[in-house]
Design a protein around this ligand. Sequence first.
Ligand SMILES: [Zn+2]
Length: 203
Amino acid sequence: MAKLYFYYSAMNAGKTMKLLQSSFNYRERGMNTLLYTSAYDTRFGKSLVASRIGISEQANTFEPKTNIYEDVNDIIAERTNNNISNCAPGNIHCVFIDEAQFLTKEQVKQLCQIVDELNIPVLTYGLRSDFLGEPFEGSKYLLIYADELIEVKTICFCGKKAIMNAKFDANNKIVRTGDQIDIGGNEKYISLCRKHFNEGRLK
Ligand SMILES: [Zn+2]
């Protein structure tokens, strides 16, 4: 039976690298994967899932209004019409979602439909919490609905497991207010253990 997986972590834990590695493993065995990433994240160019170490793969994008279940169904229908279907629906063996924290509650339910109705495994990768220490909508519902929760670990400067994401300004001071969604990387975010997040100590 297919399952819904949620790989969660703080920033810079190598989630995207894991996603690309898993997708590669499927393809290496002659299977096909379908990748999605958030339309918010255009750091590496739209429609691209890219890791910091330089590997990348083409992807579809999702916005809050995207119905991912219907989108996957459309792709399956098109591929079936073109006779590229074999054992799996539309010859799609696995769906990958990067930046899964940006999913809406509805989209998490759509992923459940892909798993339960189409019997296609869905692997999602995302941050558990934002820089304010609040849950992202996508992660909140994935923590509830996913069959499997897998933590991707990374460490704080002190050596403890980093579970929080801190945002900092040009003066290297921790930022505690602002909008939840502000795309960025190492230049404004750092993953910290809970103690150092609460203390606002970045190094
Ligand atoms: Zn620490």
